[in-house]
Design a protein around this ligand. Structure first.
Ligand code: SAM
Length: 305
């Protein structure tokens, strides 16, 4: 019977984040596949574990992966660990999981530290819907194409980045998303010098003109919000109220169901409809509709496009 591949997360900076289940899984594995055997050896000695290690990383995965699967098919149990965090998130673990699933080998993922989730939760950006974008390409053209494809993205976006590329990335992001777009720079998570800088692209670039970025970063970028979607809804709501009024329904009675239908508050709709009805200039009425819509829009993003 084949063995099992266990994906064992490791701390992203704080050894206190090692769980009992991680420790037990490592202890019970026949062998450990590691991204950098020197890093993993240190972790294992911290746990007082002495396990056979095999190397599995980006540049040897095509040879090492099939060898690991062979051992799994022969009944051994393997724990896969990367340098930090959850295997298969922006590292070659993904390929080993695919090989195992193709070979019919069971894979069990142990929950644990992951930089993207730690960053998202502390970022202060909307968390209900998000998109993990990983590392941008080092190729300028591809990086820009990736960012351009996200111009209208309304979900919160999460990026990994190395400190020496951070300035270039922030500059490219500012060009695509604009200097006012909120971004949280989540630095050295779970470590002694953890820092969460909640700012904008303009603010971030100003910050790093005086000091060079240091440490590991996750960028959490607020999604775009569609202004166009909000404005017609208030204008359309006013028209719907006035149409009901024309049929003899009292303004107050018309406002309640229409406000619900269009997702705006009753008071704002009442004021906007009153202004329109009482013959305010078209500009004034639309100004009210516009500012109410902006205030009332229920979108999850932070910036208007
Ligand atoms: N598999 C890992 C995970 O679960 O998060 C990610 C591996 S990826 C090769 C490494 C990237 O994760 C770093 O470049 C950085 O963007 C992010 N990262 C890892 N540890 C971090 C930390 N302590 N603080 C901030 N970012 C971190």
């Amino acid at each position: 019977m084949p063995g099992i591949l266990y994906l064992v997360p490791t701390p992203i900076g704080n050894l206190g984040d090692l769980s009992d289940r991680m420790r037990e899984t490592l202890a019970q594995a026949d062998f450990v596949a590691a991204e950098d055997t020197r890093v993993t050896r240190k972790l294992l000695s911290h746990l007082d574990l002495h396990k056979p290690l095999v190397s599995y990383y980006e540049h040897n995965k095509s040879q090492s992966g099939p060898r690991i699967v062979e051992r799994l098919l022969a009944g051994e149990t393997c724990a896969l660990v990367t340098d930090a965090g959850t295997p298969a998130i922006s590292d070659p673990g993904e390929d080993l999981v695919r090989l195992c699933s193709q070979a019919g080998v069971e894979v069990v993922s142990i929950p644990g530290p992951c930089a993207l989730i730690t960053a998202l939760t502390v970022s202060g950006q909307p968390t209900a819907r998000f998109s993990f974008e990983g590392f941008l390409s080092t190729n300028k053209k591809n990086r820009r194409a990736h960012l351009d494809s996200l111009k209208q993205e309304q979900r919160t976006m999460i990026f990994y980045e190395a400190p020496h590329k951070l300035l270039d990335t922030l500059t490219d992001m500012q060009a695509v998303f604009g200097p006012e777009r909120p971004v949280s720079l989540c630095r050295e998570l779970t470590k002694l010098h953890e820092e969460i800088i909640r700012t904008t692209f303009g603010g971030a670039l100003a910050l790093y003109t005086d000091q060079a970025p240091r440490g590991e970063y996750v960028l959490v970028v607020c999604g775009a919000q569609k202004r166009q979607a909000a404005v017609p809804s208030m204008e359309a709501a006013v028209s719907a109220v006035l149409a009901l009024q024309a049929e003899g329904v009292r303004l107050k009675d018309a406002v309640r169901p229409i406000a619900e239908q269009f997702g705006v508050t009753k008071n704002a709709l009442y004021d906007a409809a009153l202004a329109a009805r009482d013959g305010m200039s078209k500009e004034q009425a639309s100004e009210i509709a516009l500012s109410s819509a902006a205030l009332l829009s229920k979108g999850g993003g932070c910036d208007e496009v």
